[in-house]
Design a protein around this ligand. Structure first.
Ligand SMILES: *Cc1c(COP(=O)(O)O)cnc(C)c1O
Length: 461
């Protein structure tokens, strides 16, 4: 039986201006479409099971073996095994270190990919899967609006992928110099456009392009974080970490610093696939809508979102909350309106959440360095602080892993201020300042943007 994907909005009553999409699509269709026609998120209609024997057999094996096990369980009906093998071997060619902090407590470093954030894991596998989904003889054109990290991870992931070109639109004044360098210099099939406007303006231009009939011939597609193709790869490292660390019969706790909840959702799926996860800890920064919901039973999004130092997590209504609610029997729409509440007792059984204020994040960066000589940046520090909060609230002594989601060298200012040291650039970024390449400057005007696309995008291979 093959897995099919349906919309998290399928049960909406037809009164909200939204016409629920009640059909099913394949993985490939969900990958190209991004989101469902009713603006819901695609979710699988069942979750394949991994045996504990197969999971434990991954101990000591390279990361790509774990990736292949998960990819085959989900995708074997739609991609031949040799394609899946090539996809994961190409995608995962960098280390995935597990650092012991103290006995049975680890940091999983997801910061060794080419753009030094965990988004590389999802973007690289997704890009390679997409290249197998394009109409034969035609190109796909990926359009991304970005405020920083996602754009470079997606751009780098599609770099040199056959048959796909990428156009990245970013707000000139809102990215750091290092981010700008990362975005502008990918080269080849990836072109950055630097917009005289804000991130919202970039998103609006991209949205308008998607609905423009004159651009349909370019096979425009998005690669944004609600695509199921970006969630599936994020379940793999939980399988991998459990296999490396756990003895048979053992349970594990994961702590995942959370913004849009795509990373944590990967852990939720890993548990449902059969990884013995005792608890999924989901610390947030001061955008505390989810921990408040778990405590009170009432969901209220935070609007506008609060500015915290872990800026990739400044999210007032996490887009993947729709998938969490669906998995526990509820429905919430894109605007943050709850149509049906999920089973909160069941959620509390599996998930713990806590809000970590910036002061505590900074203190955690200092403490973990002073005590253990481990350097975390602000997102990973929220993860570690969440794990400690969970352990002191529950006295749970299970094996535990906290995720580091970006490399400290991406945030040198904060680290220098707190620890008095300059984090060394990871190998993938060593030459960043010498890279050559430039963005095309663009003013905030749809006709200009459209002209650019019509004159520069390609249709045929
Ligand atoms: C995107 C991001 C996060 C948040 O991940 P979600 O899947 O959105 O919860 C955390 N840390 C870093 C460094 C990120 O780039």
């Amino acid at each position: 039986m093959s897995i099919r994907y349906y919309s998290t909005n399928r049960n909406l009553i037809n009164n909200s201006g939204i016409i629920p999409f009640t059909g099913y699509v394949t993985f490939k269709e969900a990958l190209i479409a991004g989101q469902a026609p009713d603006e819901g998120l695609f979710v699988p209609d069942f979750i394949p099971q991994l045996s504990l024997k197969d999971i434990h057999a991954l101990k000591g094996k390279p990361y790509r073996e774990a990736a292949l096990l998960v990819a085959k369980a989900f995708l074997a009906d739609e991609f031949p095994p040799e394609v899946l093998t090539k996809v994961v071997f190409d995608a995962y060619n960098y280390p995935v270190p597990l650092e012991e902090v103290y006995p049975r407590a680890f940091v999983l470093r997801l910061d060794q990919g080419p753009t030094a954030s965990f988004k590389d894991f999802a973007a690289r596998m997704m890009a390679r899967l997409m290249s197998h989904c394009r109409p034969s003889g035609e190109r796909l054109n990926v359009l991304v609006a970005t405020s920083g990290d996602t754009g470079s991870a997606v751009g780098d992931a599609f770099h040199n992928v056959a048959g796909i070109d990428v156009t990245i639109l970013y707000p000139t004044a809102e990215v750091s110099l290092r981010q700008k360098k990362q975005l502008d210099t990918i080269g080849g099939n990836v072109q950055a456009l630097s917009l005289d406007g804000k991130f919202d303006d970039c998103q609006n231009l991209v949205k308008q392009a998607f609905s423009d009939p004159l651009l349909t011939k370019f096979n425009l597609t998005s690669a944004n974080s609600i695509n199921f193709g970006r969630i599936l790869p994020q379940s793999i490292y939980y399988v991998y970490a459990y296999a490396q660390l756990a003895a048979p019969g053992e349970q594990i706790v994961f702590s995942v610093p959370s913004g849009n909840f795509g990373n944590a959702l990967g852990c939720e799926y890993a548990r449902r696939m059969g990884v013995p996860v005792a608890k999924l800890v989901m610390p947030t920064n001061e955008n505390d809508e989810f921990p408040k919901y778990l405590a009170s039973g009432i969901y209220r999004k935070v609007a506008p979102s609060r500015d915290c130092i872990s800026n990739a997590m400044n999210v007032g209504h996490p887009s993947n909350l729709a998938r969490f609610f669906e998995l526990y029997g509820g429905t919430v729409d894109r605007a943050g309106l709850v149509h049906r509440y999920p089973d909160i007792e069941e959620m509390r059984k599996h998930i713990f959440s806590v809000s970590i204020a910036d002061d505590e994040t900074r203190q955690t960066i200092k403490n973990i360095y002073e005590l253990y000589r481990i350097v975390l940046e602000q997102h990973g520090a929220v993860g570690w602080a969440g794990l400690e909060a969970y352990r002191s609230a529950t006295a749970d002594k299970n094996l535990a892993v906290s995720l580091e989601t970006a490399h400290p060298a991406k945030f040198p200012e904060e680290i220098e201020k707190l620890l008095g040291l300059t984090p060394e650039l990871p190998a993938s970024m060593k030459d960043i300042d010498q890279r050559q390449g430039d963005a095309v400057a663009m003013n905030d005007n749809y006709d200009n943007f459209k002209n650019y696309l019509q004159n520069n995008l390609k249709i045929k291979e």
